[in-house]
Design a protein around this ligand. Structure first.
Ligand code: SAM
Ligand code: SF4
Length: 317
């Protein structure tokens, strides 16, 4: 699919649930959990939405949330979605907080998942606990080990940069890519949901280059929205994702579908297009028509709050 600005739209982020089993302070509105009473899509609805997008040219699907592993039917869903490879899907990926990965990594691999991104904002137990109001870091580290053992070799680890919280850990986190074929992706904090009130924690991704000066831009430096760096002798890479300080909207290839089946054309725009209840040609036409209205860019510069009417756990990042 092409949008009105000639961008190729071939990447779908599909949210499976708004619920989460960690409550990161920058993402979930409160420690009390997700208060939404919205009914999320069934497995059949998700498969139909994904299949329609693949028929329209989507080549990569990322399963997200909330925490995607909280869905009881996650393995059946991955199995069904992986059959879309025969229709042109190239990559079926998932972003997870890793809390349940120790038990799910091998079954996910068997069900046909191609790639995993795991969130890892700190390597310190006490910080991890305070960040997400009670989580246990060692479970996530066990999950990462299980993912590696299950055959997810090219893991991506996502770190949201927060000044005064984890900036002193940047070199240590980056070094995870030294001896493994992993990509450690540092993401600038975006002013959406609770993070809109955390302006003082914002840190430009370029700080990583000051703290790890041996990093050099790679030849093939772009992997989606990340700029990739590596250093002599390193097996893996460091990715910088700069939604705030660097405008990558011109290359945006994404659409998003929320867990309750609403199409979002831009993470930070208010507009949502309800897709539930549409089927076959009507569903495809609705997606195609909506893509023509994808905005040219977001308005986040200067830490203006996102215009999204939902926090991140309801969209999926
Ligand atoms: N629960 C899963 C996880 O944490 O990986 C998937 C959903 S989570 C919303 C997806 C990604 O969005 C995570 O890597 C998370 O760190 C990131 N994220 C959430 N809020 C953010 C914010 N305000 N700015 C930047 N990244 C954010
Ligand atoms: Fe949950 Fe992921 Fe949001 Fe953290 S970032 S609260 S793990 S959805």
């Amino acid at each position: 699919m092409k949008d009105a600005f000639g961008r190729t739209i071939d990447y779908l982020r599909l949210s499976l649930t708004e619920r989460c089993n960690l409550h990161c302070v920058y993402c979930m509105p409160s420690a009390g959990g997700c208060s939404s009473t919205r009914a999320v899509c069934t497995l059949e609805e998700l498969v139909e939405l994904a299949a329609a997008c693949v028929a329209l040219g989507v080549k990569k699907i990322r399963l997200t949330g909330g925490e995607p592993l909280l869905r009881g039917d996650i393995l059946a869903l991955v199995e069904r979605l992986s059959t879309l490879h025969k229709d042109g899907l190239e990559e079926l990926c998932m972003t997870t907080n890793g809390k349940l990965l120790a038990e799910y990594a091998a079954p996910l691999q068997a069900a046909g998942l191609d790639r995993l991104n795991i969130s890892l904002d700190t390597l310190r137990e006490d910080r991890f606990r305070s960040l997400n109001q009670g989580g246990v870091l060692s479970r996530v580290l066990d999950g990462i080990a299980a993912a590696e053992a299950a055959g997810f070799a090219r893991l991506s680890l996502n770190t949201v940069l927060m000044k005064g919280f984890n900036d002193d850990e940047i070199p240590e986190l980056a070094m995870l890519a030294h001896g493994k074929p992993w990509t450690v992706r540092f993401i600038e904090l975006m002013p959406i949901g609770p993070a809109a009130a955390m302006r003082e924690a914002y840190l430009p991704a370029t700080r990583v280059l000051e703290l790890v000066p041996e990093l050099q831009l790679m030849q093939d430096a772009h992997a989606g929205v990340a700029r990739l760096y590596t250093a002599p002798g390193w097996v893996g890479a460091v990715g910088l994702i700069s939604p705030m300080s660097c405008d990558f909207c011109g290359q945006c290839s994404r659409i998003r579908i929320t867990a309750d089946g609403r199409l979002k054309l831009c993470l930070h725009a208010a507009e949502e297009i309800p897709l539930r209840g549409l089927h076959g040609a009507a569903l495809q036409q609705a997606i195609q028509a909506a893509v023509q209205r994808k905005p040219a860019r977001h308005q986040l510069a200067e830490f203006q709050p996102s215009q999204s009417i939902r926090p991140m756990n309801e969209i999926g990042g």
